[in-house]
Write a protein that binds this ligand. Structure first.
Ligand SMILES: [Zn+2]
Length: 178
Protein backbone atom coordinates (compact mmCIF):
# COMPACT_ATOMS: atom_id res chain seq x y z
CA UNK A 1 0.00 0.00 0.00
CA UNK A 2 1.44 3.39 -0.92
CA UNK A 3 2.21 5.70 1.97
CA UNK A 4 0.54 9.07 2.21
CA UNK A 5 2.64 12.14 1.63
CA UNK A 6 3.32 13.95 4.90
CA UNK A 7 3.07 17.63 4.07
CA UNK A 8 5.92 19.82 5.22
CA UNK A 9 5.80 23.22 6.91
CA UNK A 10 4.75 25.88 4.41
CA UNK A 11 1.79 23.89 3.02
CA UNK A 12 -1.50 25.69 3.54
CA UNK A 13 -3.49 22.84 5.09
CA UNK A 14 -1.10 22.71 8.07
CA UNK A 15 -2.17 26.14 9.26
CA UNK A 16 -5.89 25.90 8.54
CA UNK A 17 -8.52 24.81 11.09
CA UNK A 18 -10.14 21.43 10.46
CA UNK A 19 -13.82 20.54 10.18
CA UNK A 20 -15.88 18.21 12.37
CA UNK A 21 -16.53 14.75 10.95
CA UNK A 22 -20.14 13.54 10.89
CA UNK A 23 -21.40 10.12 11.96
CA UNK A 24 -22.19 8.95 8.45
CA UNK A 25 -18.71 9.71 7.20
CA UNK A 26 -17.14 7.68 10.02
CA UNK A 27 -18.86 4.56 8.64
CA UNK A 28 -17.73 5.14 5.08
CA UNK A 29 -15.14 3.01 3.32
CA UNK A 30 -13.14 6.04 2.27
CA UNK A 31 -12.82 7.17 5.87
CA UNK A 32 -11.77 3.70 7.08
CA UNK A 33 -9.17 3.62 4.36
CA UNK A 34 -7.86 7.04 5.40
CA UNK A 35 -7.45 5.86 9.02
CA UNK A 36 -5.56 2.77 7.87
CA UNK A 37 -3.31 4.74 5.54
CA UNK A 38 -2.57 7.35 8.22
CA UNK A 39 -1.55 4.63 10.68
CA UNK A 40 0.74 2.96 8.15
CA UNK A 41 2.27 6.30 7.24
CA UNK A 42 2.85 7.19 10.90
CA UNK A 43 4.59 3.86 11.57
CA UNK A 44 6.66 4.06 8.39
CA UNK A 45 8.16 7.37 9.50
CA UNK A 46 8.59 6.37 13.16
CA UNK A 47 6.03 8.91 14.35
CA UNK A 48 3.95 8.52 17.51
CA UNK A 49 1.10 10.64 16.17
CA UNK A 50 -0.33 12.00 12.92
CA UNK A 51 -3.15 14.44 12.24
CA UNK A 52 -5.26 14.50 9.06
CA UNK A 53 -4.17 18.03 8.03
CA UNK A 54 -0.62 16.65 7.79
CA UNK A 55 -1.76 14.52 4.88
CA UNK A 56 -3.72 17.39 3.34
CA UNK A 57 -7.13 16.61 4.81
CA UNK A 58 -8.58 19.32 7.05
CA UNK A 59 -10.81 17.09 9.11
CA UNK A 60 -10.77 16.39 12.84
CA UNK A 61 -9.00 13.05 12.85
CA UNK A 62 -5.81 12.04 14.63
CA UNK A 63 -4.02 8.73 15.13
CA UNK A 64 -1.64 8.08 18.03
CA UNK A 65 0.49 5.16 19.14
CA UNK A 66 2.85 6.04 21.97
CA UNK A 67 3.29 2.34 22.82
CA UNK A 68 4.91 1.51 19.52
CA UNK A 69 6.73 -0.86 18.86
CA UNK A 70 4.76 -2.80 21.48
CA UNK A 71 2.58 -4.81 19.12
CA UNK A 72 0.06 -5.72 21.83
CA UNK A 73 -1.08 -2.16 22.32
CA UNK A 74 -3.76 -0.92 19.94
CA UNK A 75 -3.27 2.50 18.34
CA UNK A 76 -5.65 5.30 19.26
CA UNK A 77 -7.94 6.73 16.59
CA UNK A 78 -9.56 9.95 17.79
CA UNK A 79 -12.33 11.61 15.81
CA UNK A 80 -13.50 15.13 16.74
CA UNK A 81 -11.24 15.21 19.84
CA UNK A 82 -11.69 17.97 22.34
CA UNK A 83 -9.65 18.85 25.42
CA UNK A 84 -12.21 19.15 28.21
CA UNK A 85 -9.84 19.40 31.16
CA UNK A 86 -6.26 20.58 31.56
CA UNK A 87 -3.97 21.03 34.52
CA UNK A 88 -0.37 21.84 35.39
CA UNK A 89 2.58 22.59 33.20
CA UNK A 90 5.50 20.60 31.84
CA UNK A 91 8.35 21.37 29.45
CA UNK A 92 9.83 18.68 27.26
CA UNK A 93 11.30 17.80 23.90
CA UNK A 94 9.15 17.74 20.76
CA UNK A 95 9.42 17.16 17.05
CA UNK A 96 6.89 16.82 14.22
CA UNK A 97 6.65 14.78 11.02
CA UNK A 98 5.80 17.99 9.15
CA UNK A 99 9.20 19.46 10.06
CA UNK A 100 11.50 16.79 8.71
CA UNK A 101 12.31 18.37 5.39
CA UNK A 102 12.66 15.97 2.50
CA UNK A 103 14.69 13.36 4.31
CA UNK A 104 11.75 11.99 6.33
CA UNK A 105 14.00 9.77 8.41
CA UNK A 106 16.15 12.66 9.56
CA UNK A 107 15.73 14.37 12.91
CA UNK A 108 14.38 17.57 11.41
CA UNK A 109 13.34 20.51 13.56
CA UNK A 110 13.38 19.60 17.23
CA UNK A 111 12.97 21.67 20.36
CA UNK A 112 14.00 20.69 23.86
CA UNK A 113 11.54 22.77 25.83
CA UNK A 114 7.99 22.98 24.52
CA UNK A 115 5.53 23.94 27.23
CA UNK A 116 2.39 21.79 27.53
CA UNK A 117 -0.24 21.08 30.14
CA UNK A 118 0.88 18.26 32.40
CA UNK A 119 -2.49 16.57 32.51
CA UNK A 120 -5.32 16.56 29.99
CA UNK A 121 -8.67 14.89 29.57
CA UNK A 122 -9.85 14.49 25.99
CA UNK A 123 -13.30 13.54 24.75
CA UNK A 124 -13.51 12.04 21.27
CA UNK A 125 -15.56 9.79 19.00
CA UNK A 126 -14.19 6.33 18.22
CA UNK A 127 -14.51 4.26 15.03
CA UNK A 128 -17.75 2.75 16.36
CA UNK A 129 -19.30 6.20 16.60
CA UNK A 130 -19.18 6.08 20.39
CA UNK A 131 -18.13 9.06 22.46
CA UNK A 132 -15.11 8.17 24.59
CA UNK A 133 -12.85 9.83 27.08
CA UNK A 134 -9.13 9.51 27.74
CA UNK A 135 -6.87 10.99 30.39
CA UNK A 136 -3.11 11.35 30.32
CA UNK A 137 -0.85 12.80 32.98
CA UNK A 138 2.76 13.88 32.56
CA UNK A 139 3.61 11.32 29.89
CA UNK A 140 4.25 11.12 26.16
CA UNK A 141 0.56 10.44 25.50
CA UNK A 142 -0.43 13.69 27.21
CA UNK A 143 2.05 15.65 25.11
CA UNK A 144 1.08 13.82 21.94
CA UNK A 145 -2.65 14.46 22.43
CA UNK A 146 -2.00 18.18 22.82
CA UNK A 147 0.36 18.31 19.83
CA UNK A 148 -2.04 16.48 17.49
CA UNK A 149 -5.14 18.38 18.63
CA UNK A 150 -3.22 21.61 17.98
CA UNK A 151 -2.80 20.42 14.37
CA UNK A 152 -6.59 20.35 14.04
CA UNK A 153 -6.70 24.02 14.97
CA UNK A 154 -3.93 24.89 12.51
CA UNK A 155 -1.50 25.40 15.39
CA UNK A 156 2.04 24.03 15.00
CA UNK A 157 4.56 23.16 17.69
CA UNK A 158 6.84 25.97 16.52
CA UNK A 159 4.04 28.36 17.53
CA UNK A 160 4.71 27.25 21.11
CA UNK A 161 8.48 27.80 21.09
CA UNK A 162 9.49 30.59 23.44
CA UNK A 163 13.07 31.07 22.25
CA UNK A 164 12.50 32.77 18.89
CA UNK A 165 16.20 32.98 18.06
CA UNK A 166 16.62 29.25 18.49
CA UNK A 167 13.45 28.70 16.45
CA UNK A 168 14.82 30.73 13.56
CA UNK A 169 18.13 28.86 13.72
CA UNK A 170 16.49 25.43 13.69
CA UNK A 171 14.12 26.28 10.85
CA UNK A 172 16.89 27.68 8.68
CA UNK A 173 19.16 24.73 9.40
CA UNK A 174 16.46 22.41 8.08
CA UNK A 175 15.65 24.50 5.03
CA UNK A 176 12.35 25.95 6.26
CA UNK A 177 11.30 29.57 6.01
CA UNK A 178 8.93 31.30 8.42
ZN1 LIG B 1 3.02 17.42 14.36
Amino acid sequence: MPLLEVLQFGEESLQKPSLEIDKKEIKSKIFRRLVKDMLETMYAYDGVGLAAPQVGINKKLIVIDTEWPNKDAAPLVLINPQIVYKEGEIKSEEGCLSFKGNGMKETGVNFKEIKRFRKVKVNYTDLNNKRQSIEADGNLLSRCLQHEIDHLDGILFIDRVENLEERQKQLEKNGFKL
